[in-house]
Design a protein around this ligand. Structure first.
Ligand SMILES: [Zn+2]
Length: 134
């Protein structure tokens, strides 16, 4: 992968990490968590809702910091921008949109298809409407 591009991503990851660690505002902007996200938790009181939002925020924050660390490790190892699945190059455009991604779009779509099937098969109630007889 293009060295300048890798350097650019490295700088971006380091900046993001600094902001995540030292500032709270970034997280709200980046993850844009709203009360609508908690529609399934409407019975919660305002303070419970706030606690739930804060916890979810912290989980996402921790997850994102981990992803950044992993991306920095891949940069250090020289494997940044390579698909962990097929070993091909991840499109620069895709990396711009999702810098911490580890898969090319083809592999990611394949994974999402598989995950969806997996989730559906664990939810017997929804099976009835999903089964089609050809
Ligand atoms: Zn791939």
């Amino acid at each position: 992968m293009n060295t300048d591009l890798v350097r650019k991503f490295k700088r971006m990851f380091e900046e993001q990490k600094d902001r995540l660690v030292y500032s709270r505002t970034f997280i709200n902007e980046e993850f844009n968590i709203k009360e609508e996200d908690f529609a399934d938790e409407l019975d919660l009181t305002a303070s419970e809702l706030e606690t739930a939002m804060r916890m979810r925020l912290r989980n996402r924050e921790a997850l994102y910091i981990r992803k950044i660390d992993e991306a920095l490790q891949r940069i250090a190892a020289g494997g940044f921008g390579e698909c962990e699945c097929c070993g091909g190059d991840i499109e620069a455009r895709r990396l711009e949109a999702r810098p911490t991604t580890t898969m090319c779009i083809e592999c990611k779509e394949e994974q999402e298809r598989t995950e969806r099937l997996h989730i559906d098969s664990r939810r017997p109630k929804s099976l009835g409407s999903k089964i089609r007889f050809a």
